[in-house]
Design a protein. Sequence first.
Length: 187
Amino acid sequence: MSDSDDLDLEGGDAPDSGGAPKKRGGGVGNLLPNLLKFVAIGLGALIFIVTVSVITYNIMSGGGKSQTPNIGDPSSPYVGVRPELAYYDSIGSITVKTKDGRSNVIVDMIIGYDLNDQVASGEISSRKFELIDFTRRYFALQDAVDLSPDREDALKKDIREQLNTRFFDKARARNILFKRLDVNENY
């Protein structure tokens, strides 16, 4: 034996003759750094996914203050382009008594629909007499106070909704105009 074998400066067993040296540092001491590395990677991925999800949700739901100007406000400097519409005006002038019986209404209504919608054009034209009847019945069920000029926008909206939900199959009314809407009180 040599002197270096007796001192055992390395602190381990003497290597086997002809075998590879033993691996050192195994066990729990080597597992902890690897475990911490994977936990840190997992936390980083989780934070990234949550951040991207929150940002995407806010963009999709319109969260935060809107950057789009109010186009519906006529006093706004940002007025959008109005769509071009075709109009059906063959309903003609209709005179009917109001529900309260105190007034006569003379109405000439025009229906606006999409300009290039041939299906809507055909359906509206084919239902001319039904539209005349609808208009007559609608205004006969209204009170005179409901037909005042300050309620005209609400009337147009209500007529458009009724036509689109209960009357038309494929056509869609986009705008309602009154060529004439006169309410005359009976004496």
